[in-house]
Design a protein around this ligand. Structure first.
Ligand SMILES: [Zn+2]
Length: 469
């Protein structure tokens, strides 16, 4: 369910009115011309943010455009919409910056069946992996070779020819850090088709990258190699993977049928969306807050990464609401195409507009809109020790504290220019339940948790805008 257009307008208008209203009653005790009272600032950001919860309303509007895979009409609509939101919120220097993106189209829903002469025929829930070639029009059927690693595949290479290679290594549940568990299992999805094609496989099926046992396939990016044939690749739900594993134990001759008709189209032009609160004293020095506007096509990308975009927009709005005018520029950037090659982040860093600008710090929120735990600050050890003087302020808005290190795919290219890269680190235990699947919708985001991220980002941006880093 998504808000109807009329309701969305009302919600948008209410955010804009709150902003205007708030500016008239600007906080008198946060006067940066005298001694700044940052404790008071933190308290006001917290109280105002939590009572208005504007981030969730912005996220509802962003997700209302539907799936936003780079190159799609949904992504184009989201570019237009976020530009409009920036205008409604009164940002300055609003503009689009072009970036070329791939255009891959999923086509009709994928079909798959597990066929065992002993155990019968059962449907499997699958989805093509992003960038895959299609199966033949009539689909393909083959016996299955199950492996956990590329080393095991190599050792059993003579069994792979003509088969569907089934990569079934789960994300390691003993790993506290879910992103690290994801990273340790993602090779199967990204590189599996190339490895299997080396040994003559017909196609690959990859266990979905989630720790939940359910029937949702989780897609993502994959690569081909010019030296190996391009074979179709799909991800299968964890329940489907378990069923396939158990069936193969009892009937090694079981076959899988699968059919999907995705297409790779020529690349298209899209845009990053940029807007800011221009600094009063050092406008060329920039503190960037950002997220990526594109998402996978199976869902509305509420956590990944509508949340980060909504937080960046809402953080600037929150500062404006309190009547704050930063010394340095605070900029929100909605990056395009993080999921399919990161071209938005690369092109942003290299754009001609960057000459004459100095990005002091860039903070990306791309860990989902969950409860924020820490701000990761990518300063060298000595400078980080100094920055720790602000930690009590971040604790006062609900964070556990700061940690060293940080960044994100989109802001990464700015690192080469000396920008300090930072990230909002959330409680990500539930992130991979929804990541890249049909479950990543607005209803799985909690408005207060989302807002706490906005508040921490606003506090960070204002502090650095006033004090440097
Ligand atoms: Zn993301």
């Amino acid at each position: 369910m998504h808000p109807q257009p009329r309701l969305r307008n009302i919600l948008g208008l209410s955010c804009a009115l709150l902003l205007l209203f708030g500016s008239l009653f600007a906080a008198s005790d946060i006067n940066k011309k005298n001694t700044p009272d940052y404790r008071s600032l933190a308290r006001q950001l917290l109280e105002r943010g939590l009572s208005e919860q504007c981030t969730y309303r912005i996220l509802a509007r962003i997700t209302s455009t539907g799936p936003r895979l780079a190159g799609s009409s949904g992504a184009a609509a989201a570019v237009k919409l976020t530009r409009e939101i920036m205008q409604e919120l009164g940002f300055e220097a609003i503009h689009l910056e072009p970036t070329e993106v791939p255009h891959w189209v999923r086509g009709p829903e994928a079909r798959a069946r597990l066929v065992s002469s002993q155990l019968g025929s059962t449907p499997l829930s699958i989805a093509a992996i992003g960038g895959s070639v299609p199966t033949p029009d009539s689909g393909l059927s083959a016996r299955v070779l199950e492996v956990d690693t590329f080393a095991e595949l190599k050792a059993r290479a003579d069994e792979a020819r003509g088969r569907i290679v089934f990569f079934n290594r789960p994300m390691d549940p003993s790993n506290l850090d879910t992103f690290s568990a994801y990273g340790a299992a993602a090779d199967q999805r990204v590189q599996g088709a190339v490895e299997a094609a080396r040994f003559g496989a017909k196609a690959v099926l990859v266990r979905s990258l989630t720790m939940r046992l359910d029937d949702y396939p989780h897609t993502g990016m994959m690569r081909y190699d010019p030296n190996t044939p391009r074979i179709p690749a799909a991800c299968v739900s964890t329940k489907g993977a378990e069923l396939l594993h158990n069936t193969l134990e009892q009937d090694p001759g079981a076959q899988v049928f699968m059919s999907f008709q995705c297409r790779q189209m020529p690349p298209v032009m899209s845009d990053n969306v940029v807007g800011q609160l221009t600094g009063t004293d050092k406008p060329q020095e920039i503190i960037l807050l950002g997220g990526h506007l594109d998402c996978w096509d199976l869902s509305h990308g509420a956590h990944d990464d509508g949340a980060g975009c909504a937080q960046a927009l809402a953080a600037l709005r929150l500062l404006k609401t309190l009547g704050l005018t930063p010394k340095r520029t605070i900029r929100a950037v909605m990056f395009m195409n993080e999921e399919f090659g990161g071209t938005g982040g690369i092109d942003y860093a290299a754009a001609p507009k960057r000459s004459g600008e100095k990005h002091l710090a860039a903070l990306e929120s791309d860990w989902g809109g969950f409860l924020p735990l820490r701000l990761g600050i990518g300063l060298p050890p000595k400078e980080y020790e100094r920055f720790l003087r602000w930690e009590p302020l971040f604790r006062s808005v609900g964070l556990q504290g700061l940690s060293r290190g940080g960044g994100g795919v989109d802001i990464g290219p700015l690192g080469a220019q000396g920008t300090i890269l930072c990230g909002l680190i959330t409680d990500s235990q539930r992130y991979f339940d929804v990541h890249h699947s049909a479950k990543d919708v607005l209803e799985t985001v909690h408005p207060r948790e989302l807002e706490l991220g906005t508040i921490a980002m606003a506090l960070f941006a204002y502090l650095v805008a006033e004090e440097g880093i």
